[in-house]
Design a protein around this ligand. Structure first.
Ligand code: ADP
Length: 426
């Protein structure tokens, strides 16, 4: 500003002196010339600014004359700071979007008319939305379940909505709608399939336990009432007491199996003791003989040598369950073969029987708690329906698998396979 002022004053002074001392017209010519030059310089810089403002790029070569240069440099600095800020914001936004996409919950942003503005990848998968083509579409055109349409129409979002989507592999979703920034909505979608399944398993389990205990309890209290109210002879009394004893034993077995199951479930990984398998399988054979009481032929085959790393008590409980099932579900005169095989691929314990066998449709469900092919038969042979559930849990904890093959009327074969990492050479 100062330089422009000095230049203006200087031009005026020299023009005045020239006009006063030489010729007035010369003074005027010089004055107009100076003024024109001055204007031309401003015009040139203004054109540069005008050109730049049309496409304001970061250009360090943007230079001006005199005061203009300072203005240009300030503009350059300001533009640079602005671009840096924008870049920083863009990076923040990109990070935020990536985080929203990585969330386990689905997120859909809706406008006041419930039209899709944005959705993350999880929501795309859960609800079948395509963020590329469904932007701007009403969410109810995509999620058409009547209960969801009603939920949005009612507008009461104090509770979340549980939606069961059969077409998406029977998923169960919990949907919540939250308002944010005036008249914009955030739809949050949580996949609760697993929790829902666990919940129904828990309900079934409680119902099953109650049912299993109720039957013997009803029998017991019936006998107690009879004995209290009616004067029965000694023989009948003895008979009733014997039946009562059986029922309480039954309840005891159920409670014992439940305790075993829960202790296995909550226990830390099994200990890593070396279990002497030769003596363990021999003990299983003796137990089978004791349980059979001479009604079956019991055979033990051992192939190869090797022990197992694991918890002895859990392995005994699992394998003894298989053996006792074979004895209990094989009619008198049948044969039960126990096979312990060790090879370089791992080890196998098989229990083969010539018993009643199992229809194929029951096999996948046998390890479920309280699942029995024939409830009456299981009760008659003292079963609780928890044996194979205990077996499955104990084996899982030892990374072992259980294979069941069976032919109804001919017999069954239960094979436990241990990985080679669990086998120790003798
Ligand atoms: P349970 O206490 O009733 O024997 P388990 O869990 O041990 O319960 O077995 C579940 C069901 O599997 C049994 O009720 C029975 O129907 C069937 N099952 C198990 N082992 C055998 C077998 N060796 N032969 C035939 N059926 C069997």
């Amino acid at each position: 500003m100062q330089r422009a002022l000095i230049y203006g004053l200087l031009t005026a002074a020299v023009s005045f002196l020239l006009g006063y001392f030489v010729e007035p017209w010369m003074g005027w010519v010089l004055f107009y010339l100076g003024l024109s030059l001055h204007l031309a310089m401003h015009y040139r810089n203004f054109s540069r600014l005008e050109r730049w403002s049309r496409k304001p790029v970061l250009d360090a070569s943007l230079e001006g004359d005199g005061e203009w240069d300072r203005v240009f440099r300030r503009l350059y600095r300001h533009e640079k700071e602005l671009l840096e800020k924008i870049e920083l914001r863009e990076r923040d936004i990109a990070r935020l979007i990536a985080a929203v996409h990585a969330m386990n919950d689905g997120v859909v942003l809706l406008d006041g008319l419930y039209q899709i503005q944005f959705c993350n990848k999880t929501a795309e998968r859960q609800l079948g939305i395509s963020s590329a083509t469904d932007r701007g579409a009403a969410i109810t055109n995509i999620v058409r379940q009547p209960e969801f349409v009603d939920y949005l129409a009612r507008g009461d979002f104090s509770r979340s909505l549980v939606l069961r989507l059969e077409r998406y592999f029977e998923r169960v979703l919990s949907l919540s709608v939250i308002t944010y920034a005036d008249d914009n909505w955030l739809l949050q979608v949580r996949d609760i399939t697993q929790t829902d399944r666990l919940d129904s398993m828990r309900r079934d389990f409680v119902a099953n336990v109650s049912h299993e205990l109720r039957t013997p309890l009803t029998v017991l209290s019936g006998f107690v009432e009879t004995l209290l109210e009616i004067d029965v002879d000694r023989e009948s009394r003895q008979h009733y007491l014997q039946l009562m004893g059986e029922q309480s034993k039954r309840m005891q077995s159920i409670v014992q199996d439940l305790l075993t199951l829960s202790s296995i479930e909550s226990a830390p990984p099994p200990e890593d003791e070396v279990v002497d398998m030769a003596s363990l399988v021999d003990k299983l054979r003796r137990d089978a003989e004791a349980l059979s009481a001479g009604r079956h032929q019991i055979v033990l085959q051992i192939e190869g040598q090797g022990d197992l790393h694991g918890s002895e008590s859990e392995l005994v409980s699992a394998l003894a369950n298989l053996v006792s099932n074979a004895v209990r579900y094989t009619p008198s005169g049948g044969c039960i073969t126990l096979i312990w095989k060790v090879s370089s691929q791992g080890a196998e314990f098989a229990v083969q029987d010539t018993g009643i066998g199992i229809e194929p449709q029951h096999i996948p469900r046998l390890t479920e708690r309280f699942y029995r092919v024939d409830r009456g038969r299981s009760r008659d042979v003292g079963g609780t329906g928890l044996g194979l559930a205990i077996v499955k849990h104990s084996l899982n904890r030892h990374q072992a698998t259980l294979d069941i093959t069976s032919t109804p009327g001919k017999g069954s074969c239960f094979i436990v396979r241990f990985p080679s990492a669990r086998v120790s050479d003798v």
